[in-house]
Write a new protein. Structure first.
Length: 81
């Protein structure tokens, strides 16, 4: 194989390698962007869930207070008769 053909084949291989690496770089950049978006969405979801959990804690307390109030009112009405 003459030197010219070897140089041409090496140039073609280098070009193919550069194109492949550029494509891989693009795909990796896209994956990093999607990962960042997913991380942001997960963080926002965790904040929303945390807010819901903090807002939910008084509900059992309110239910207990309502039950106790109902019992007290029932006892008061029974003792007044």
């Amino acid at each position: 194989m003459p030197d010219g053909e070897i140089a041409l084949a090496l140039a073609e291989l280098r070009k193919a390698l550069e194109v492949g690496l550029a494509r891989i770089d693009g795909q990796l950049a896209l994956l990093v962007q999607r990962s960042d978006q997913t991380d942001k969405a997960v963080e926002e979801l965790e904040q929303r869930v945390g807010a819901l959990e903090r807002a939910r804690w008084p509900l059992p307390t309110i239910a207990v207070l309502a039950s106790v109030t109902a019992v007290v009112l029932t006892l008061l009405s029974l003792t007044r008769r």
